[in-house]
Design a protein around this ligand. Structure first.
Ligand SMILES: NC(=O)c1ccc[n+]([C@@H]2O[C@H](COP(=O)([O-])OP(=O)(O)OC[C@H]3O[C@@H](n4cnc5c(N)ncnc54)[C@H](OP(=O)(O)O)[C@@H]3O)[C@@H](O)[C@H]2O)c1
Length: 286
């Protein structure tokens, strides 16, 4: 389990152990995926069925400022892991992103839709996908979106969107949120369950969209968070240009779990139900 202390990694680790699998956590302190020699050394001689990679450089502005590092982690790191997985005879489960799309479609993106990333992060993740799909003999590439989970995502300041909204609603009378980016917020716990189901059912090699069902803008996501938490805060749409994006991002990045559905394996709930479960579990709300 690589990226084991990240937001998604911790939930995958816990869910795997809960299902009785022996899971070995690896963090950046033990192995920097951007260092091919280190990856080879740490994983040499390892016998395992599955290598899961959730490690990534995914802070969009930092990727834009340091494309060399972004590609070293997200693209070449994925290649090193694909080679190590082959040597170990393991399946590589590699996590990717909705940001591989340009966001010009008006309906959910299918796995067969052509990607066209708008920024360095998306390009580096797309390159990583390509390496995994062409190098790893056994692999799943899982595209996820708008993650939130019980454990902090340190790269994004330690607070996911849900926790940030709850914090702001306690500190201010009014919260303003952008309404012009549509996505599917997805709980890391659900991704972990989905991944384990794919492994248990021996889903075919390939690229899979694995997000919650449905979609919303960030504004609509905040509205649901405040509704479920019965917050008295006033929520308003941010004015155009109020929070100017420093790096271009897709305006619409909703993914359809088409390949999971084709194989009868889609276990993702709609985003509102998953949010309810998260608020109950982490914040004792509801
Ligand atoms: N978060 C989202 O909203 C989102 C949306 C779409 C796709 N994704 C994808 O989902 C995956 C998991 O994201 P997440 O939210 O769980 O992120 P996260 O909480 O930041 O976890 C990523 C983990 O990877 C580690 N890591 C970073 N660089 C590394 C390196 N060079 N070598 C080894 N480990 C390294 C990080 O360690 P440190 O914290 O110590 O650096 C962290 O533990 C990523 O592939 C990301 O691209 C995320």
């Amino acid at each position: 389990m690589i990226g084991a202390d990240g937001q998604l990694g911790t939930d995958i680790l816990e869910a795997s152990r809960g299902d009785g699998h022996e899971a070995v956590p690896l963090t950046i302190a033990q192995m920097d995926v951007a260092d091919p020699a280190q990856v080879q050394r740490v994983l040499a001689g390892v016998r395992c069925d599955v290598i899961v990679n959730t490690a990534a450089m995914h802070h969009v502005e930092k990727c834009e400022a340091d494309p060399v590092r972004a590609f070293a982690v997200n693209a070449l790191g994925a290649r090193s892991l694909a080679q190590a997985a082959n040597a170990a005879g393991a399946r590589l489960v590699h996590v990717s992103t909705d940001y591989v799309f340009a966001g010009e479609k008006k309906e959910p993106y299918l796995e067969s839709d052509p990607p066209l990333p708008l920024n360095v992060y998306g390009n580096s993740k797309l390159a990583g996908e390509c390496f995994v799909r062409t190098v790893a003999e056994k692999h799943y590439v899982l595209r996820v979106s708008g993650l939130y989970g019980r454990n902090p995502c340190l790269e994004k300041g330690g607070l996911n969107f849900v926790d940030l909204m709850l914090k702001l609603s306690r500190e201010r009378p009014e919260v303003r949120v952008v309404d012009d980016e549509v996505l599917t917020p997805t709980s890391t716990k659900e991704v972990a369950r989905q991944m384990l189901k794919m492994l248990a059912m021996d889903a075919g090699n390939g690229l899979y969209h694995a997000t919650a069902e449905g979609s919303c803008s960030w504004y609509e996501f905040a509205r649901e968070i405040f509704r479920l938490s019965r917050s008295p805060v006033t929520l308003n749409r941010a004015a155009p240009g109020e929070f100017p994006a420093k790096v271009p991002r897709p305006k619409y990045s909703v993914l359809e779990n088409a390949c999971l559905k084709q194989q009868g394996l889609n276990s993702m709930s709609n985003w509102q139900d998953a949010l309810k479960e998260y608020l109950k579990e982490k914040h004792r709300i509801g």
